[in-house]
Write a protein that binds this ligand. Structure first.
Ligand SMILES: C[S@@+](CC[C@H](N)C(=O)[O-])C[C@H]1O[C@@H](n2cnc3c(N)ncnc32)[C@H](O)[C@@H]1O
Ligand SMILES: [Zn+2]
Length: 276
């Protein structure tokens, strides 16, 4: 399934190494993932979430606050893939693997491939699958803008709060393949912003310019959760872009909370690859 990031030829596994016919090789790490970012693409500015952020996201997601979302996305995937046998699903920008594992459990026939540009995140994905005993997931360090997969090899790409790559998604998807894009709804975490900011605002829905796709369905999925400790509130906060925009007074106000009920709100868009 993987291709060489240098010459784009198919990679084959021999012992614990992936090789292409042109002599490029990539070791499979002890934990079981493979790093398919070429050295010149390993720009520190571009290397995704660091270990602290991965830890904060893991702590927060493990409390189950976003489980209803993960299950909702998995249901949408099941619905869209009802006619595909053993579908291949790519979780692009998979983070630390929380969602990928939910998809893998809910679609046991599917083969899941999670990719993320952050090595710390991908390494955690492997810990997750080992602990949960999940066998239908593989993970690689790679960029969404240079996916390490053959053209027309996947039935579905899912992108949750991650960069969206119109051309690459169209390249790797089979004819009629599906794309699910999940992003924050206007009311997402409004109550958190009401504490952090003097003038809280609603999010604008993201516009992705996915001109190789047709939007086939769209849902705003919202529910409320009580976040029950200061640490969980701060973990949630550090997962958001507000981390970089909040004054020190705003952060102090958040630190003074010991619980907060928030709206968790998401846009779930389903696209179908256009035929050319
Ligand atoms: C907000 S997190 C979302 C992670 C996960 N999908 C989730 O919802 O928990 C965004 C993720 O995109 C990754 N990322 C950023 N740029 C990327 C790129 N060019 N290719 C692949 N992943 C990327 C980050 O490392 C991070 O894990
Ligand atoms: Zn090669």
């Amino acid at each position: 399934m993987y291709i060489c990031p240098v010459c784009k030829k198919r990679l084959k596994k021999l012992d614990n190494v992936l090789h292409c016919q042109n002599g490029h090789s990539f070791d499979i790490a002890r934990k079981g993932y493979v790093n398919l970012l070429t050295t010149n693409k390993r720009n520190p500015k571009n290397s995704g979430d660091n270990a602290d952020l991965v830890k904060a996201r893991t702590n927060f997601l493990d409390k189950g606050h976003y489980l209803p979302l993960a299950e909702r996305i998995a249901q949408a995937a099941q619905r869209e893939l009802a006619n595909s046998k053993q579908p291949v699903i790519i979780d692009s920008g998979c983070g630390e693997g929380f969602y990928t594992c939910v998809y893998a459990r809910q679609l046991p026939e599917a083969r899941l491939f999670g990719i993320d540009i952050s090595k710390a995140a991908v390494s955690h994905c492997m810990t997750r699958v080992h602990i949960a005993g999940i066998g239908n997931c593989e993970f690689a360090v790679a960029s969404s803008f240079e996916l390490p997969f053959l053209k027309e090899s996947a039935d579905m790409v899912i992108s949750t709060f991650a960069p969206v790559a119109n051309d690459e998604y169209a390249r790797v998807l089979k004819k009629g393949g599906k794309l699910i894009v999940v992003s924050p709804s206007p009311r997402h975490l409004f109550e958190l912003k009401a504490v952090a900011y003097d003038e809280p605002y609603e999010n604008k829905l993201n516009v992705y310019g996915l001109n190789k796709f047709e939007l086939t369905s769209e849902e705003i999925f919202e529910y409320t959760r009580c976040i029950e400790t200061t640490q969980d509130i701060l973990d949630l906060f550090s997962m958001t872009p507000y981390l970089y925009k909040t004054s020190s007074e705003g952060i102090e106000r958040l630190k003074a909370l010991d619980e907060l009920t928030v709206t968790c709100g998401f846009s779930i868009q389903v696209y179908t690859k256009k035929q050319f």
